[in-house]
Design a protein around this ligand. Structure first.
Ligand code: AMP
Ligand code: ZN
Length: 119
């Protein structure tokens, strides 16, 4: 499948294009942040690049400035959501890590104490 075909059917590209509703938390030139539909913490926001790539490693290789933008957008979300006591950033990568959407994304989780090690 070509990148264009993948982006046509990709659920997160559809959010970027405004074809699917999402509760947008923050936007920058390169990134869009929206609330996860199945939150795992009081604050659970996904930060995604506008560009369709499968995961954050591919984003780092293709566009390091956009990867940096995703992380600074995550920090902006954390500040906006009042997570001054801390937050966790997660980037599930591949099937064994339970990545379910193959458009790069960073989970920003906060508002409760986090367990370590993660499950
Ligand atoms: P991952 O398992 O790391 O690939 O995470 C994908 C995340 O996307 C899950 O936490 C889902 O709940 C979330 N998700 C899937 N579709 C949507 C959607 N349309 N709007 C918001 N969150 C979504
Ligand atoms: Zn996509």
């Amino acid at each position: 499948m070509s990148d264009d075909d993948q982006s046509q059917s990709c659920p997160f590209c559809r959010i970027v294009r405004g074809e699917v509703p999402a509760k947008i938390a923050f936007e920058s030139d390169h990134s869009v942040a929206f609330h996860d539909v199945n939150p795992q913490a009081p604050t659970h926001v996904l930060v995604i690049p506008r560009r369709h790539v499968a995961n954050v490693a591919e984003l780092a290789a293709a566009a390091p400035v956009e990867l940096a933008d995703a992380f600074s957008s995550a920090a902006a979300v954390a500040a906006q959501q009042g997570l001054e006591r801390g937050y966790r950033i997660v980037a599930n990568t591949g099937p064994q890590a339970h990545q379910t959407v193959y458009h790069a994304h960073i989970h920003v989780l906060g508002g409760r104490s986090m367990a370590w090690p993660p499950g």
